[in-house]
Design a protein around this ligand. Sequence first.
Ligand code: PMV
Length: 319
Amino acid sequence: EYLSTATAPGKAILLGEHAVVYGKPAIAIPVSQLRVEVTIEKFRCPDNEIWIDSPVVRLYKNVKDLPFENPLRLAIDLTKDRCTTKTFSGMMIRINSALPIGGGMGSGAAVSCALIRALSTCLDGQALPAETVNALAFEVEKIHHGNPSGVDNTVITYEQPIYFKRNTPMKMVQVGTPIHLVIADTGINSATSTMVNGVRKRYEQDKERYQGIFDSIENLVDKAHQAIEIGDINTLAMTMNENHRLLQAMEVSSFSLDRLVKTAITAGALAAKLIGAGGGGNMIALCTTETTKPVSQALNAIGAVRVFSFSLADNKGGI
Ligand code: PMV
């Protein structure tokens, strides 16, 4: 018997990943076409327990048999604490995801948001308010990697393009003209924690150099913010290309990512950069309506995984 369901989108960081961990701003957008779906069904089992069925990570387990620090268990425990209803009958939580795990698209935060909403709806008859969903998902993010900026859970909870700075209320970004994008996956998994820790290590070894890189990124993010609002695609392209170079300088790009970036540019993209933690995972290319197709084809031709295009609508709602 069906009890409740909720979905959450993926996300892409247009500019500012990694520097955002150090208090710099970032611009992130939801990727509504790729979603995580959580469905809760009644499940007959002794003691009214909660089970999880998540085929993408090959998990089928009673929640009480997961360690406390398991991100799914933590999301469930935090949600139960916040809900008014404390008694329930056995349930099965099914998690399905079109998002690549560890691909820099915020799969972890998307699972948390969808799970928190589905479970709170199931228990209390309505989902917890967005602010609470965001705060709980942030607690779970801390388990994925020790020092998250909070950008993932925020853009995914609100499903709006955002200008985000640590410990500052996020700002919605107005989109002045539609933005056409292509995302492609290297097919290589990379753990956010490993990449974030790597940057931390290099930062500690040469603070001055890294601080300089972070300052330059901040500059680009602010330029890009303005460009998006006034619909200046060429300036946006310049900032994204420059941001990729700075990510290379931070040693978070990789051979496969750079190969996809080069291929996209050669095929006519205005800009291309890695998105998220890097080391593998995804890249994004800024295109026009005319170049979306040739860029996608070129990326497919060199073996990129799951190439797809989408548009970020302007604030009047058109694409
Ligand atoms: O690769 P993802 O989707 O986990 O994104 C990570 C973004 C970082 O800036 C690298 C880390 C963070 O906490 O903001």
